[in-house]
Design a protein around this ligand. Structure first.
Ligand SMILES: [Fe+2]
Length: 274
């Protein structure tokens, strides 16, 4: 396996000058990304990872994919508890299916290229600029700071809005079939939001956008304004997508119940041994 000295070697900086945030070219580029995010609900940067580096990242992710904890559940599009006071056919009572695995941060080696990239300040600062965050930090969660989503055969993520304002992912390995990221941009809070959500969940494809899985793409996504899903995956090759988490406070973590849900335990291995 080829090794790289710096995270800067992983990224196509000729196409994406993210290390030049205070220079004219880099600033203009980051501003264009911010506009794309504001106008479309996401900023997708295809071939962000250089081809040789992509091979290493894919190899690393496959090596730890067996460490994924799998979570199978049903939820409504708003990820809220079922409300029996609502009419049975209210769209907020419609149950969607999710089956996804996640390799926790403490099972991803600190010496991996993924971890190098996550800990690289220019990436953090660029993402903070796109999201217009004055204070921006890596997430302090021992399991969820940087994890890898694993969709095996039958894996899917039903239609939903995220609880968090934004999500940053890296497309690494497409499945043999399915696993398409679909979304209906920027509908949260619209007067006809409920009508749109009802139509989408009933299979109306009119406003649905498909984001093709293109390995090496960095995606900054405003998931609480945009309803989205990952269609069911088929085949033996898992769909692998690292999730890089950031926050506006340096000490922010998930709650223990969220850790239990996604990784089946509440603390890191070293903590739980104490
Ligand atoms: Fe989501």
């Amino acid at each position: 396996m080829k090794n790289y000295n710096s995270a800067a070697d992983l990224v196509d900086l000729a196409q994406y000058p993210i290390t030049d945030l205070h220079g004219q070219e880099g600033y203009a580029f980051a501003e264009r990304c911010r506009q794309q995010y504001l106008e479309t609900g996401l900023c997708a940067l295809p071939e962000f990872i250089r081809p040789e580096a992509l091979e290493v990242l894919v190899e690393e992710a496959n090596a730890v994919s067996g460490e994924a904890y799998f979570c199978k559940n049903v939820h409504n599009a708003y990820l809220t508890e079922d409300n029996p006071n609502l009419a049975p056919d209210d769209i907020a009572r419609r149950q969607e299916h999710t089956y996804v695995g996640s390799v926790p941060y403490d099972r991803i080696g600190r010496d991996t290229q993924l971890c190098e990239l996550y800990h690289w300040d220019p990436l953090k600062d660029f993402i903070g600029h796109v999201l217009d965050k004055k204070q921006f930090y890596r997430f302090a969660d021992p399991l969820g700071a940087c994890s890898i989503n694993v969709f095996v055969d039958g894996g899917e993520h039903g239609w939903h809005f995220d609880e968090s304002e934004f999500t940053v992912t890296l497309m690494l390995q497409p499945p043999e079939s399915g696993g398409i990221f679909e979304y209906v941009p920027m509908i949260r809070g619209l007067d006809n939001e409920k009508e749109i959500v009802t139509n989408v969940l009933n299979g109306d494809r009119k406003n649905v956008v498909e984001l093709p899985f293109s390995a090496g793409t960095l995606l900054i996504f405003g998931g609480n304004q945009t309803i989205h899903r990952v269609t069911r995956v088929e085949g033996n090759r898992p769909r692998l997508v690292p999730v890089l988490c950031f926050a506006e406070r340096p000490d922010l973590t998930n709650s223990e119940s969220v850790r239990q849900l996604f990784w089946g335990r509440s603390g890191s291995e070293s903590e739980s041994r104490i």
